[in-house]
Design a protein around this ligand. Structure first.
Ligand code: 5GP
Length: 177
């Protein structure tokens, strides 16, 4: 079996888009303190790059979720595997996600976080695969809509590999030698 990766979104395109999203967030949250929630591990790179462009006071916390559905019939069984280190009550919270696919993860997170009484709760994703959506989810900031391809890089993995690529690439796996 051989794996190959072709560039879908270049490093320069990512930089431009992140700068643009940060501009919108800076306008929307001007004069307020913003609490970023990085969803591990995929959104590590995006959270770091985005936060460097934000001009308001920013705090960052992390959480992780695991999905126990399978690829062909997503049951939507999502569980929290790492919780936040601090309460979010009264804070302006922005969830930073790497990619929205079926929508189950973000819909689970939104419901769970809303119960903790943040002052506001918005969602930002770098990538969106609208064709794959199974449950509706409101996303406030979207970087790129992409086709139904499996992507890696800039934090996204395949079997924990490729997260360190500076671009978003499409992964192809060929059977055989
Ligand atoms: P959803 O719950 O929206 O179906 O899935 C969201 C999660 O699935 C993402 O946070 C990510 O971990 C994973 N995912 C979905 N599509 C891709 C993809 O193309 N590449 C990688 N590496 N992960 C993906």
């Amino acid at each position: 079996m051989s794996e190959s990766v072709s560039v879908l979104i270049s490093e320069e395109e990512l930089e431009r888009k992140i700068d643009q999203i940060a501009g919108q967030i800076n306008r929307d949250y001007a004069g307020r303190q913003l609490h970023l929630l990085c969803i591990l591990k995929g959104s590590m790179f995006f959270t770091c790059e985005l936060s460097k462009h934000l001009t308001m006071p920013v705090t960052i916390d992390c959480m992780a979720v695991a999905s126990y559905g399978n690829d062909t019939a997503r049951s939507g069984d999502i569980a929290l595997t790492l919780d936040l280190s601090e309460p979010i009550a009264g804070k302006h919270v922005l969830v930073i996600e790497d990619i929205v696919d079926t929508g189950y993860t973000l819909s689970f997170l939104r419901k769970m976080l809303q119960k903790r009484n943040p002052a506001s709760l918005k969602i930002c994703t770098l990538l969106d695969k609208p064709e794959r959506r199974e449950v509706p989810v409101d996303v406030d900031y979207v970087g790129f809509q992409i086709p139904n391809e499996f992507v890696v890089g800039f934090g996204l993995d395949y079997a924990q590999k490729y997260r360190n690529l500076p671009y978003i690439g499409m992964l192809e796996i060929e059977e055989g030698e």
